[in-house]
Design a protein around this ligand. Structure first.
Ligand SMILES: [Zn+2]
Length: 182
């Protein structure tokens, strides 16, 4: 993991403690969920490309963006003074885990459907990781059904909706999970 150490060094230089945290957390999640097999890439704190998601995986660069707003407190706390003390680590860790699923899928052969979430590879990873987390959910690839010219994505009953699949694991955590300080 010489490359990981070098990437972490750069992350610390650029983002201080938040940089260190991201690389340490990545390494921990890699061991717990991905057999230590994900290949490390840069982790950048900033704005995500479309600005609407909390994380983003840039396939061609093996780069993970984490939205800087993840450093904001969830608990009532001063609105100013961003920093590692206010980083909601549980949220940020789940966002990182989500992006690492994309990383694994990409590094182990990619996917064949039109979306990066609604495809067999991503769905398999979601089911596997949910089991490790002890989250009782089931995911399946969701088929598009066209009725009266309106395409809809109809998930099997008891399975994650397209939105839930796209927001795993945060969509599947109990509400209280993120409000428990670690
Ligand atoms: Zn995603």
């Amino acid at each position: 993991m010489a490359m990981w150490a070098e990437l972490k060094r750069q992350g610390v230089k650029r983002f201080g403690e938040a940089g260190a945290w991201a690389y340490d957390e990545w390494k921990k999640l890699n061991d717990i969920f991905f057999y230590g097999e994900n290949k490390p890439g840069p982790i950048i704190w900033g704005s995500t490309p479309q600005g609407k998601s909390l994380g983003y995986y840039y396939v061609s660069k093996n780069l993970i963006y984490l939205h800087k707003n993840l450093m904001r407190p969830v608990y009532p706390a001063p609105a100013f003074n961003w920093g590692i003390r206010h980083l909601n680590k549980r949220v940020a860790s789940d966002v990182l885990l989500h992006e690492m699923i994309h990383q694994r899928v990409n590094q182990t052969g990619g996917w064949v459907r039109e979306t990066s979430h609604n495809n067999k590879r991503f769905v398999e990873e979601v089911n596997r990781i949910a089991a490790v987390l002890g989250i009782d959910i089931k995911a399946e690839v969701i088929e598009k059904i066209t009725t009266r010219d309106n395409p809809i994505w109809q998930s099997e009953s008891g399975c994650l909706t397209l939105k839930e699949l796209s927001d795993f694991p945060y969509s599947s955590r109990p509400y209280s999970y993120y409000y428990t300080q670690r």
